[in-house]
Ligand binder design. Structure first.
Ligand code: HEM
Length: 502
């Protein structure tokens, strides 16, 4: 009897030690397996990654490995050491393998193995220089047409909407039309409906995204997702896209590239949903946070309006109907330190992507302090810049407070010097990632947000319906997936205040 009890207790102890142990072989980051076999820390991570990783950092320091749904993921939280990951060669730390896994899980998309370096270089080229200029022009004209169509003739009367809905649908519809093309006939009458249909389906998909990623959809939701994907595939079919006007060189070339690789129509359509997500999933929420921060911080709003006013051309309404559009163009070419700082501050507080890489071969990671760690082939490494540097009190004083001038020096010039442990940081905020896989669409995204904010502050009156309403809480389940979103929307009212708005 005593032997049986001893045996059971030893077995239980062995299981406990196996699943809760934090030790590892020499020079490997400490491993925290969690209490649940196979799942490990998946539930905590999915519930609120920022809170969970902050607890792990307290327990283990700037580098540790956590077991998550059958995989070991090493988390690195020292911003001085981020270059060791983001600048590492893709033969060692690979962006694409994990991206492909997500593509399969989220979009049922399987593309042939390809030269991603060449693909990325092409994409980058079509989002720069003269191509970017053209995108900017189309975006501002789409923004004006979209806002006019939303006002529906009642230009100078107050209209109410949820701020997230207003910003997301506006940025999405206009970004989509700019990159994917306008409807051929007639351009204006179907302007609102065609992009609004795509937005409606995309938004339903976006709301279920976290459950798709974590494979936690209910039976009913799985059916719903299948329906949404079918409708999106239909809206993004080759025949529909082929009939569009002003399609961006970026999209044309991406489609051509896939066709050359022998990708069939079904996969082409799914690839279009992926691109819709990559290009439109973050800009709307970013515009939302920027607007809400301005509406809740009158000092920031006043300073920004004063800066933007200098770009508005003094004009006689009847003389030059395009004067306002010209001012919009100038704001993205001009010097706007207050707008830049306000946007940087907003992104610091609300951009929270994981920067994840697949470890393709056993390797040694050297931290900024010289400490070396062995990383194992087949595991993953992940940075979470939201925790540090973005919300790190050592880097940004009172990080939970919005300060529109945080990224400005005393003399009003852009501030780039931030420190941690007395050492200057290369990255004080990383909303766009960094290094080899930095966001190729960042300049287009920044320009689009600036155009939107300029139009809203200079051509419209905008206010919160309830001026006492508090800043919306963050949906904590979205940590790790790009821009955060609020748990609930917040009501605004807006009306056109200028006459020469075209
Ligand atoms: C506020 C808006 C946006 C944010 C916050 C954002 C953020 C990011 C981040 C953090 C990454 C890097 C992921 C990593 O290193 O693991 C990334 C990659 C990427 N982004 Fe964006 N993005 C935005 C808008 C856009 C837009 C408008 C486009 C295209 C027009 C775009 C295209 C891409 C592409 C193609 C990649 C993959 C780069 C690669 O393959 O190396 N993004 N984005």
């Amino acid at each position: 009897m005593i032997w049986t009890i001893t045996f059971i207790l030893s077995a239980l102890l062995a299981v406990f030690v196996f699943f809760t142990g934090t030790t590892r072989r020499k020079n490997e980051p400490p491993l925290d397996k969690g209490y649940i076999p196979w799942l490990g820390h998946a539930i905590h991570l999915g519930k609120d990654a920022a809170k969970f990783l902050a607890q792990m950092k307290k327990k283990h320091g700037d580098i540790f490995t956590v077991h998550v749904a059958g995989r070991n993921v090493t988390v690195l939280l020292d911003p001085h050491s981020y270059d060791a990951v983001v600048m590492e060669s893709s033969s060692k730390l690979d962006f694409n393998k994990y991206a492909h896994l997500l593509m399969k899980r989220i979009f049922d998309l399987q593309l042939p193995d390809h030269d991603s370096v060449e693909e990325k270089a092409t994409m980058k080229m079509y989002l720069q220089a003269e191509h970017l200029e053209l995108l900017n022009i189309r975006m501002q004209s789409n923004l004006c047409s979209h806002l006019l169509s939303v006002l529906n003739g009642h230009n100078h009367m107050w209209k109410e909407d949820g701020l997230l809905h207003f910003c997301y649908s506006t940025m999405f519809c206009c970004g989509y039309l700019t990159l994917f093309g306008n409807e051929a006939y007639p351009e204006t009458s179907s302007f609102a409906s065609q992009s609004a249909d795509v937005y409606k389906e995309f938004r339903k998909f976006d709301e279920l995204l976290m459950k798709i990623v974590r494979a936690s959809l209910t039976f009913g939701e799985k059916k719903e997702v299948r329906g949404i994907k079918e409708r999106l595939c239909d809206l993004l079919s080759s025949s529909r896209l082929g009939a569009k006007l002003n399609q961006s060189s970026w999209l044309k070339n991406y489609r051509l590239h896939l066709v050359k690789q022998g990708v069939n129509e079904e996969m082409l359509r799914r690839a279009m949903i992926l691109q819709l997500w990559a290009t439109q999933g973050n800009t709307g929420p970013a515009a939302f946070w920027l607007m809400v921060m301005l509406l809740k911080h009158p000092d920031a709003l006043t300073a920004l309006k004063d800066e933007l006013k200098t770009f508005v051309k003094p004009t006689n309404d009847r003389q030059d109907p395009n004067a306002f559009l010209q001012s919009v163009s100038e704001v993205i070419r001009g010097c706007t330190p207050i707008l830049d700082s306000t946007l940087n501050e907003t992104l610091r507080m609300t951009a929270a992507p994981f920067i994840t890489r697949e470890i393709l071969q056993n390797m040694t990671l050297t931290m900024a302090d010289g400490q070396q760690y062995n990383l194992k082939k087949g595991e993953r490494i992940c940075l979470f810049p939201y925790l540090s540097p973005q919300m790190d009190p050592e880097v940004h004083y009172e990080p939970e407070k919005f300060k529109y001038n945080r990224f400005l020096n005393q003399d009003g010039s852009p501030k780039t010097d931030f420190f941690k442990g007395d050492k200057k940081l290369k990255y004080s905020s990383m909303p766009w990632g960094a290094g080899r896989n930095i966001c190729v669409g960042r300049q287009f995204a920044i320009n689009s947000i600036k155009q939107f904010i300029f139009i809203m502050l200079m051509a419209f009156d905008v206010e919160l319906c309830d001026s006492e309403a508090s800043l919306p809480e963050v949906d904590v389940s979205r940590y790790g997936f790009g821009m955060l979103q609020p748990k609930k929307d917040i009501k605004i009212r807006y009306r056109l205040k200028i006459k020469n708005f075209t």
